[in-house]
Design a protein around this ligand. Structure first.
Ligand SMILES: [Zn+2]
Length: 81
């Protein structure tokens, strides 16, 4: 029995910064947490866009990102279910 050499990949959830900036205080506050509140979060999101990033990964554990800020995908090595 031969298994296909296809590596399963998982991605962290990432959202377009453009979309996040359109959200109201309540909704944005549910997605991102910032010591200075939603206004601080918006300032940081605008700064990220100024640096050329278009996406925010909603998981600080993500250590592999594309230049645009989105998750580049992580190979799933073992499924320890
Ligand atoms: Zn990731």
């Amino acid at each position: 029995m031969s298994s296909p050499s296809k590596t399963p990949t998982s991605w962290h959830i990432h959202m377009p910064i453009k979309t996040l900036l359109r959200y109201g205080d309540k909704r944005l506050g549910e997605i991102v947490t910032h010591p200075k509140g939603v206004d601080g979060a918006r300032a940081e999101l605008r700064q990220m866009r100024a640096e050329g990033r278009e996406f925010l990964v909603c998981d600080s554990n993500c250590n592999k990102r594309k230049p645009d800020g989105s998750c580049a995908g992580h190979p799933v090595e073992n499924e320890d279910a």
